[in-house]
Ligand binder design. Structure first.
Ligand SMILES: NC(=O)c1ccc[n+]([C@@H]2O[C@H](COP(=O)([O-])OP(=O)(O)OC[C@H]3O[C@@H](n4cnc5c(N)ncnc54)[C@H](O)[C@@H]3O)[C@@H](O)[C@H]2O)c1
Length: 437
């Protein structure tokens, strides 16, 4: 009899709730929906409405692919049902949390969305359920910050009644090649048995395979150091760019030459924006500081990268002065305001640092970005961004983001006599530019 019950319980179909349907949550929900019954839950009603109508404004999932998995009613059949109603995630047995983990103005981690999402899941948690976190955090956040909330709200006991897992996301927004199923995924669970369970869940959809980490803290730490490593490496080449500019040596020529050695890492100088590489190192730094260690390299890298906007602006101004352009009252065209190329994401974009710094020198700014949502830019930064080029000429053109569309621009028609072009990304032909990082 007991055995019969056990078999029936284990035969119950997995039903997955994804909490937070943004850049990370939606592609994951779409992928799981090809094999499981998935309920996508988000507190943003506008986001739910657009998804229900088959549109993803983040452009991570194309409309046809999204529509192919959408189901209009909550059911146990495979597919994705999107909702903002808590009761619709009641009968799930896996809860995967993919909410934002930003920092405040003092660069301290903001765990509020993660803790709120844990409250949400705590309210529907049942015996046997597994809660998997995907948001990028510092080691310890899942078990020390989130699990106590799950326990408190649900009244259930961790690792007896319910379990946890952590599987960091590695997607790269705008990258149509490395999509979620094609990136090997690190998995972990709160007990060895749960580790295997979480791992096999992901293995069933991630074609690139999985790596089962021994503990949740290991998996959490692995993600935060991936992004910290990139940040530090970019800071190093940014520092090189500053040195080589002083020495009048082309940084990219140096990197190309050094890159011919098999173990030289191919990083390029640039602005480090977005909500991952420029943010995650602060999570690790915070945890280190809580334990009495003041990270030196991690924070030096952050400081250097955060100062690049001002540096670029000062270099642009120097180029303009060399060509006798009167800075005060001049007109500057900024090409790109998103945080990276070929992607509409404007969160924590460092192009804004370049713009604000240039404005402080007295130049008038026009921003052209065919990818950015004008309202979002206005809302986030109180800046006007144009989706089509104005019929004007400029004294300076600064390429801050290497959107493919910028390759097609007729720069001559945009330039006033003597105007300069500064290329932050080393994206344009050397023949047309006056300066680059
Ligand atoms: N975007 C990336 O490139 C990327 C890559 C790897 C990891 N990550 C990490 O993944 C996490 C999510 O990032 P994202 O870019 O998808 O964020 P996002 O802002 O695009 O999406 C988060 C979604 O969560 C929703 N949300 C917020 N609080 C909620 C709550 N309490 N309940 C339900 N929904 C809620 C928001 O409305 C939003 O739709 C972050 O920790 C981020 O660092 C992001």
């Amino acid at each position: 009899m007991v055995l019969g019950k056990f078999i029936i319980k284990n035969m119950k179909k997995n039903k997955i709730a994804i909490i937070g349907l943004g850049y990370v949550g939606l592609p994951l929900a779409r992928l799981f929906a090809t094999k499981y019954s998935v309920v996508g839950f988000d507190i943003n009603t506008d986001r739910i409405s657009e998804l229900i109508s088959g549109i993803d404004s983040t452009l991570e999932v194309d409309n046809e692919t999204l529509q192919s998995v959408l189901i209009s009613e909550d059911s146990d059949s495979n597919g994705l049902f999107c909702t903002n109603q808590l009761e619709k995630i009641n009968d799930c047995n896996y809860y995967i949390i993919t909410v934002p983990t930003p920092v405040d103005k003092n660069n301290r981690p903001i765990l509020t969305p993660l803790l709120k999402a844990s409250e949400t899941v705590g309210a529907v948690l049942k015996k046997g359920d597994i809660v998997i976190y995907e948001s990028t955090v510092y080691p310890g956040a899942t078990e020390e910050d989130c699990v106590p909330i799950l326990e408190k709200v649900s009244g259930l006991k961790f690792n007896e009644d319910f379990y946890a897992g952590y599987s960091p996301e590695r997607i790269n927004p705008g990258d149509k090649e490395h999509t979620v199923e094609k990136i090997l995924k690190v998995t972990s669970g709160s007990t060895p048995e749960m580790g295997l369970k979480v791992d096999s869940l992901y293995k069933s959809v991630i074609t690139a395979g999985t790596h089962l980490a021994p503990t949740i803290k290991v998996a959490e730490a692995s993600k935060v150091i991936e992004n910290s490593q990139r940040d530090i490496n970019i800071a190093f080449v940014n520092e090189l760019a500053k040195i080589f500019n002083l020495l009048d040596i082309n940084t990219h020529d140096v990197l190309e030459a050094a890159g011919t050695k098999w173990n030289f890492l191919p990083f390029k100088p640039g602005l480090v924006g977005g909500h991952c590489i420029g943010v995650d190192p602060y999570y690790l730094a915070q945890k280190a500081q809580e334990h009495g260690y003041h990270p030196e390299i991690i924070l030096a890298g952050r400081r250097l990268n955060d100062g690049m906007g001002d540096y670029v602006a000062s270099e642009v101004v120097k180029c303009m002065i060399k060509k006798d352009i009167n800075i005060n009252g001049s007109n500057t065209l900024i090409l790109g305001i998103t945080f990276k190329e070929n992607c509409p994401d404007v969160r924590n974009t460092k192009a804004v640092d370049v713009i604000n710094s240039l404005k402080s020198y007295g130049t008038n700014i026009t921003i052209y970005d065919p990818w950015a949502n004008e309202e979002e830019v206005m809302h986030e930064y109180a800046l006007e961004s144009l989706k089509s080029l104005p019929n004007e000429k400029f004294d300076a053109i600064v390429l801050t983001v290497s959107h493919n569309k910028f390759k097609e621009l007729d720069f001559l028609s945009l330039k006033n006599k003597n105007a300069i072009i500064y290329d932050v990304k080393n994206f344009l032909s050397e023949k047309v530019v006056d300066g680059s990082l």
